[in-house]
Each structure stands twice: as structure tokens, then as C-alpha cells.
Design a protein around this ligand. Structure first.
Ligand code: COA
Length: 171
């Protein structure tokens, strides 16, 4: 059984991530999407990231969504995974991704990294862009799966209201 893991922060999942998930799920028998719980990063979405990914992948039967902390290679070994999938959007991603894949290869020579190029129409996209657009009330429906548009929007409208309230802008 060919198993791979597609790891990331997914804060939040974008159409670019979903594109990589669909294409890699077609290449393997089982794909684990690993959502990183990183103690050095405070995500905008914490546990909801797993639920959002479950929602947007519910029609892809061989995809499983799990969260992990610690080393990626340990998580991959724990699940008998043979390959790590990463998306490359532009040449600027390459240096970081190469160093990461080489480190992982030294730590776990039996696990390979497979790079998929992100589809051209999502090459510019990142979770930060989505958050910035949502923060200023921009239309994010071209950036994230339809089923999570409102969740992302609402997160910002509630934090906007808290801030505005603190500043006395809301009477
Ligand atoms: N479509 C849209 N956006 C994409 C994308 C795609 N196809 N591919 C990458 N991105 C964006 C993400 O949205 C994210 O944007 P942001 O910076 O605005 O949030 C950015 O690229 C990088 O995100 P991601 O792919 O989630 O990677 P990451 O750098 O957050 O995490 C891990 C990478 C999880 C693989 C890595 O940190 C890891 O393995 N950590 C565990 C610890 C470990 O083992 N370390 C040793 C490895 S050296």
C-alpha cells in the first residue's frame, strides 16, 4: 500500500493546498494530510484547521486528516508512510524546501520527498494572503474552498468587532 503525507500549517487551507491534496491523492493509495501543531507559531485557526480540512476533503475517500507535533519524520514513521509530498509554487520556495527535504532524508533515508508544482492559477496564493484579504473585508471566495469562506470571514469580523469595541468605535 502506497502511503504519503502532505504536511503543513493550513492556517487556513487554500484552493492551492486542495489542488495538491487532490493530485497527490490520485497518486497514492492513502494520503495523510498532517496539520502541524507548532508551539512556536500561534495559528489564527487552531483545532478548526483539522475540521476545515475534513470538510473540504470529505469527497476524497483515500484522504485522512491528522494533526501532529514534533518531527515530521517521526510522524511519518509512526504511520508507515513512504513519501512526503510538498507543493512548489515558485522558485523562491525551492531553497527552503530543498533544505527541508534533505534534512528529512538524512533523518529518515527510507522516506522520500515528492514535489508537485502548484497549478499555475494558485501559484501566488498563501494562507497569509487569504488572512490579509479577509482582515480588510475582501472577497476570499477565489482563494479558499467555498465551504470555509464564511468561517474565515466570521473569524475576522468577530476579531474586528472586539478590537473596535476596545477602541470605543462600537457604541
Ligand atoms: N497553495 C497555497 N499556499 C501554499 C501552497 C499551495 N500549494 N504551498 C505552500 N503554501 C503556503 C502556505 O499557505 C504557507 O503560507 P503562509 O506562510 O502565508 O502561512 C506557506 O506556503 C508555507 O506553509 P506550509 O506549506 O504550511 O509549510 P510550513 O512552512 O508552515 O510547514 C512543515 C512546513 C510542516 C512541513 C515543516 O515545518 C515541518 O515539517 N515541521 C515539523 C518539524 C520538523 O520536522 N522539522 C524538521 C524539518 S527541517
Amino acid at each position: 500500500m502506497k502511503k504519503a503525507i502532505y504536511p503543513g500549517s493550513f492556517d487556513p487551507v487554500t484552493l492551492g493546498h486542495l489542488d495538491i491534496i487532490k493530485r497527490s491523492a490520485a497518486l497514492v493509495d492513502h494520503l495523510i494530510v498532517g496539520v502541524l501543531n507548532n508551539s512556536t507559531k500561534t495559528p489564527l485557526f487552531s483545532d478548526e484547521r483539522v475540521n476545515m480540512l475534513k470538510e473540504v476533503t470529505k469527497d476524497i475517500p483515500n484522504v485522512e486528516i491528522l494533526s501532529f507535533s514534533g518531527l515530521l519524520v517521526d510522524f511519518a514513521r509512526e504511520h508507515n508512510v513512504q513519501a512526503i509530498i510538498r507543493g512548489l509554487r515558485a522558485v523562491t520556495d525551492f531553497e527552503y524546501e530543498l533544505a527541508m527535504s534533505q534534512t528529512n532524508r538524512v533523518a529518515a533515508p527510507d522516506i522520500d520527498t515528492i514535489f508537485l508544482n502548484t497549478s499555475l492559477k494558485y501559484a501566488y496564493l498563501s494562507s497569509s494572503i487569504v488572512k490579509e484579504m479577509a482582515m480588510y473585508g475582501g472577497d476570499i471566495s477565489k482563494f479558499v474552498p467555498e465551504s470555509i469562506v464564511d468561517i474565515v470571514r466570521e473569524r475576522y469580523s468577530s476579531s474586528y468587532n472586539i478590537k473596535a469595541n476596545e477602541n470605543g468605535d462600537i457604541k
